[in-house]
Design a protein around this ligand. Structure first.
Ligand code: FES
Length: 164
């Protein structure tokens, strides 16, 4: 769990329904509802999609499309540790995409996903304010600069094994 991150509640359909209803009065209620669901449960479960779609008179595909378009939304519970990889301009110029490819090839996880052991979530972010030290990443709130493959391997292995 990220430092300062609130403990997420176990997903409950009734509670999700109350969250949806509480936001229905808002203009453009879809994003606030999805954010509120993620804030409460730590992710937006697939079971919430029909609930949201019905409440807003949208198709499930529309809700799913929004959910997958925005990188901020998790569709599965976060792993114990969270690695954010910056994929904005400066980090792209310095090779962040090769780090993303390396993560997939060596560790079997892509941004938006969780390692098979459930210990590490990988997320995309767009600028960590650390452009001078691109490519940049953040593990559990700790900023990392000039990340290379070896350093990435060490971070992933530590997060999956050595860290509490
Ligand atoms: S672009 Fe990656 S830290 Fe700014």
């Amino acid at each position: 769990m990220t430092a300062g991150q609130a403990q997420a509640a176990i997903f409950d359909l009734d509670e999700a329904g109350r969250i949806v209803v509480a936001h229905l009065h808002l203009d453009g209620a879809l994003l606030p509802i999805l954010h509120a669901l993620q804030e409460r449960f730590g992710y937006v479960p697939a079971d919430a999609v029909p609930l949201v779609a019905d409440a807003l008179n949208l198709s499930r595909a529309e809700v799913h499309g929004v959910l997958t378009f925005y990188h901020d939304f998790r569709r599965a519970p976060a792993g114990r540790h969270v690695l954010k990889i910056c994929r904005a301009e400066s980090c792209q110029a310095m090779g962040c995409e090769s780090l993303v490819e390396h993560l997939a090839a060596e560790h079997g996880v892509t941004p938006g996903g969780v390692t098979a052991d459930g210990r590490l979530t990988v997320e995309t972010v767009y600028c960590l304010g650390n452009c001078a030290l691109s490519p940049a990443a953040m593990l559990d709130g700790e900023l990392i600069g000039r990340l290379e493959r070896d350093g990435l391997d060490a971070l992933v292995n530590a997060a999956r094994g050595a860290r509490p």
